[in-house]
Write a protein that binds this ligand. Structure first.
Ligand SMILES: *Cc1c(COP(=O)(O)O)cnc(C)c1O
Length: 350
C-alpha cells in the first residue's frame, strides 16, 4: 500500500553510533529524542540497544507507551493539569515554573517516588526557560528543598524560536549560572543539558561545548543534519526515512489552467508559469499527510502543487513513469513530523 514511509532501522542505529563517537570524546552524554517519529517502537528498540544516557520525548503519551530501561525525560514543560501523569510516565522533566514543580512534588509524594527536574534557563532564544538575568540560584535553592523532587541541574534551548545560534558567548551565560548555582547549593550539578541538534556544528568544529555534559538530539539522528546551518553531518545517514508515493494519473496537459482563475484548494490564489504541454503526474498523497514544500524529490521531478489528497508533479524528465510507478522523497523535519502523524501513511520498518 502507498503512500508509505520506509524507515531504515540500521541507518538510524548508525546515526546513534556516530553521535556517540562525537559526544564521548567531549565528555557529553546525550538524550535520544523520539518526538519526530512519535516514539515508534522499532526505533525505541534500537535506542535501547545502543543505550545512550537518556531517552526523551515532548509528549506524555509517547513516554507512557515507551518500553525502556533508560531514564525517560519529558521535554515539553509539563502542564499543571497533567502532574500525576507526568511523574508516572517520566523520570525527569524539563521545567521553568516553580508552581508547576510544586505540583510535580505533590504528585510524586502521592506515588511515593521522587521526580527529577532540570530547570530550563533562557539565554536569549526566547522560548522556554527562566530568563538568565533573573535570580536563578534562588530558584534552584527553592526547588532543591522540595521533598519529592531531585534537582538534577539546568538546561537551555537555542535555535528554536529566535534562531539564536549556540556560540561561545551565548553559552557563556549558562556557564556563569551553573557556577553560581553550584556555589549556592554547595555541590556539583548532575546535569547541564545544552540544546538540540543546532549544537553539533560547534561540537564538530571545536570538539567541546562550554560546560555542558549533555545534549538533547532528535533531528541529527533522524535526518543526519545539524540545525544551526542545516548542513548534512559527515558520516551520518540522511535517508533513514524515505517516502514512497505512487502515480494515480499521468497525462500530457498544458502547464497553464484554462479559464478565469479564482481560488484553488485551501483558499490559495495560484500563479502559473507557461511551460507549454507538460507530462504531469498525480500522486496518491496530499496535504492531509504532508505539504509539498516539506518533500525533497529523490527522483527527477518537480512538485507543482497540491490539494488535500493529491500532489501534482512535472515528470517530463521521467520517461518511463506510468500509472502505478512509485517515486521517492526525503522529508524535511516538518515533513517527517506530519508523515508520522498521518494515519494514511504506511510505516514500513526495514
Ligand atoms: C525537540 C527538542 C530537542 C531536540 O531537538 P532537535 O533539533 O530535534 O535535535 C531538544 N530539546 C527540547 C526541549 C526539545 O523540545
Amino acid at each position: 500500500m502507498y503512500p508509505r514511509l520506509i524507515v531504515d532501522k540500521e541507518k538510524y542505529r548508525h546515526n546513534l553510533q556516530k553521535l556517540k563517537d562525537l559526544c564521548d570524546p567531549a565528555g557529553l552524554s546525550f538524550m535520544a529524542v523520539t518526538k519526530v517519529f512519535r516514539a515508534a517502537e522499532p526505533l525505541v528498540e534500537i535506542i535501547n540497544e545502543e543505550a545512550p544516557g537518556f531517552i526523551a520525548d515532548s509528549r506524555v503519551e509517547n513516554l507512557q507507551k515507551m518500553q525502556t530501561d533508560l531514564p525517560k525525560v519529558l521535554l515539553r514543560l509539563p502542564s499543571v493539569h497533567a502532574a500525576d501523569a507526568v511523574v508516572e510516565a517520566a523520570d525527569i522533566s524539563l521545567n521553568s515554573e516553580v508552581e508547576t514543580i510544586h505540583r510535580l512534588d505533590a504528585a510524586a509524594e502521592k506515588l511515593g517516588i521522587t521526580h527529577g527536574v532540570i530547570l530550563m534557563v533562557d539565554i536569549g532564544d526566547l522560548r522556554e526557560g527562566v530568563y538568565y538575568q533573573e535570580d536563578v540560584p534562588s530558584l534552584a535553592k527553592e526547588i532543591d528543598a522540595m521533598q519529592h523532587i531531585r534537582f538534577e541541574g539546568i538546561g537551555t534551548n537555542l535555535t528554536c524560536y529566535g534562531g539564536v545560534l549556540p556560540t561561545r558567548e551565548t553559552l557563556g551565560r549558562l556557564d556563569r549560572i551553573k557556577d553560581d548555582i553550584e556555589t549556592t547549593l554547595g555541590r556539583k550539578l548532575a546535569v547541564v543539558s545544552g540544546g538540540n541538534s543546532s549544537h553539533l556544528h560547534l561540537l564538530m568544529q571545536e570538539r567541546s561545548i562550554g560546560s555542558f555534559d549533555n545534549l538533547r538530539i532528535g533531528e541529527a539522528l533522524a535526518l543526519g543534519r545539524e540545525t544551526a546551518y542545516g548542513e548534512i553531518l559527515t558520516g551520518f545517514h540522511d535517508d533513514v526515512f524515505v517516502l514512497e508515493a505512487d502515480v494515480i494519473e499521468i497525462k500530457d496537459k498544458p502547464s497553464l489552467p484554462e479559464g478565469k482563475i479564482g481560488m484553488a484548494a485551501f483558499g490559495r490564489k495560484p500563479k502559473f508559469i507557461d511551460k507549454g504541454i507538460m507530462r504531469r503526474a498525480i500522486l496518491g498523497i496530499g496535504e492531509q499527510d504532508v505539504v509539498p514544500g516539506d518533500l525533497q524529490p529523490i527522483d527527477d521531478l518537480d512538485l507543482l502543487g497540491s490539494s488535500s489528497d493529491h500532489l501534482i508533479a512535472d515528470v517530463s524528465r521521467m520517461k518511463n513513469l506510468r500509472v502505478g510507478s512509485v517515486v521517492s522523497f526525503k522529508p524535511t523535519y516538518g515533513g517527517l513530523l506530519s508523515l508520522m502523524t498521518s494515519d494514511y501513511v504506511v510505516k514500513a520498518y526495514v
